[in-house]
Design a binder for this molecule. Sequence first.
Ligand SMILES: [Zn+2]
Length: 341
Amino acid sequence: MRRLFRAISRALPARMVVKGIGSKTIFPFYHLVSNNPPSHVKHLYHVLSANEFERDLDFLLKYFTPIDSKTLIDNLSGNTKIQKPTFFLSFDDGFREVKDIITPILLRKGIPATFFVNPAYIGNHDLMYRCKISLIVDRLKAANITGTIYNEIAKLLGVNCNSTTIIKALFQVKHNQSKLLNEIAELIDVDIRGHLSANQPYLALDDLLVLAKSGFAIGGHGYNHPYFNEISFEEQVSEVMRCMGWVTSNFPDQPKLFAFPFTDYGITDNLLNQLLLTPDGSCDITFGTCGIQPVRFPKHLQRIPMELNGISGKRLLSSEIMYYLAKKKSGYYRVKYDKNL
Ligand SMILES: [Zn+2]
């Protein structure tokens, strides 16, 4: 259905489409921006070049006013009433490109942003499992791997020895199967520790402190980025608490923001109640990744993934707005985005 709206959005002027959103806030988000996508993400999602990213931002700035996390909280609590369309920008996973490429552009354009990070990876102590998969796939596609090694990988994954099947199976590996990924990496000489120390994929805590000093907000994204739908309720609570404990102890003067890793699919009202509504609640606002949606829970908001291959931010946002407006009369439903986020 989204595809249909992407096709229609080509024919309609953006100004007309954006008008339909009224004074609503939209929540676009990205991971990183690079002219040379690093191997630990390039098989996971489309990485925008600096030019593509600036084009997206210019489109946003033309029709929407950027707001920061404090303004968002004031607006949600009714302290202020924003009378125009606004956008709240965020970035996930705490990659080094935030410091090298993204924030210089944001500072030049005067756009506030929030960075959602995983404490387990800040400082490059480990690599998130999806990034390990991307590294392994990159090596499988580039190197001359022998039939014997392919056989061993297939055996470990429990699938037929066929390169397409193996790659498909790799993308199905779950968060708690890190040991399996490490074994496969070793078989094809992918040195994860070496990659971490040579490339420093993630920001360090000192980098985040500098960003916070420049006015950016730091939020939580899970302690080590599990897929919440695959862990128990108790583990979900502990992931958020542990992560937000780290965030609030390092950035005590900031709003407490948490973006569920991958998606909020499977997150219950019970969990949102516990995080947002208890007197000592660990979060001021939580976020999912379902595009533009009606508000299901007053302080649980939905963001728009902006890294879809071959689709400009202008078309993506226009179609997302049209899709939202079309659903308004017919009843809403949620769409699960893929697991690469
Ligand atoms: Zn993420």
